[in-house]
Ligand binder design. Structure first.
Ligand code: HMS
Length: 232
């Protein structure tokens, strides 16, 4: 019996939500669940179809990206997860998907504008898109660099990872996180829904005005409590 079975079970259950929510195809994407006291996380094995997953197949990795337990190769995005767990002390779950609308916005290298209250219920700002990697970063370790691409984008925009729990990585796809893997999965579904609504909104009308700050504040604080607004 693995001493990590609690996070293997949590990672397995969260991974199985992705195909159920229509957020992944075949073996795209991955979810991890961390135990911060043990300094490790359980992550989906690379290239394994969701229908073949079991809790025991989740690979245990430390926050430096070293495999601690497991026979299978951890996800190819493991180092991105490791960088974020190492630098963001309050997160316990990370999701990466190639969900259609979120990935289309990431490929367009655009932030997803805040057009409506559905978006404002979850964030008070546009969903950020990290600029694509430069040649220098690409020469390095791609997945390791993606973690820094994500952190640097939030930092440059003056955003906190505890308030904005989702991002698009330019030319790649969405990453989301949260205190738990369940919250990270929830955030991935919210991102995909908001991405689809924003795309369709721009199809209906090109010059769409963004939601006014007063309504963003009203909606966000109604859901998250007074003085929780952090928009720009
Ligand atoms: O981002 C990508 C590929 O661009 C990965 O999420 C996707 O192919 C899944 O890879 P893994 O099976 O997790 O190694």
């Amino acid at each position: 019996m693995s001493k990590y079975q609690h996070i293997q079970q949590a990672a397995y259950e969260a991974n199985m939500q992705l195909p159920k929510l229509g957020l992944v195809l075949f073996t795209f994407g991955n979810v991890s669940a961390a135990d911060r006291d043990l300094g490790v996380f359980a992550i989906k094995p690379s290239g394994v179809p969701y229908e073949d997953l079991t809790p025991g197949k989740m690979v245990i990795v430390d926050f430096d990206g070293n495999t601690v337990e497991g026979k299978l190769r951890p996800s190819s995005d493991t180092l991105t997860h490791a960088v974020l767990y190492k630098h963001w002390e309050k997160i316990g779950g990370i999701v990466h998907t190639h969900s259609t609308y979120g990935t289309a916005w990431a490929q367009s290298q655009r932030d997803i504008p805040i057009f409506g209250t559905t978006h404002a219920d979850h964030l008070t700002v546009d969903i950020p898109c990290a600029p694509p990697m430069n040649d220098e970063m690409i020469k390095g370790n791609y997945e390791y660099q993606t973690g820094f691409q994500i952190m640097e984008c939030l930092e440059q925009k003056g955003l906190s990872y505890e308030e904005v729990e989702m991002i698009l990585v330019g030319n790649h796809a969405p990453f989301t996180w949260g205190k738990t893997p369940e919250k990270a999965v929830y955030n991935s579904a919210v991102l995909e829904t908001v991405a689809q609504m924003a795309y369709l909104t721009e199809q209906i009308r090109k010059d769409v005005p963004k939601l006014q700050d007063s309504l963003i504040r009203k909606h966000y604080e109604r859901k998250h409590g007074p003085h929780s607004y952090y928009g720009q």
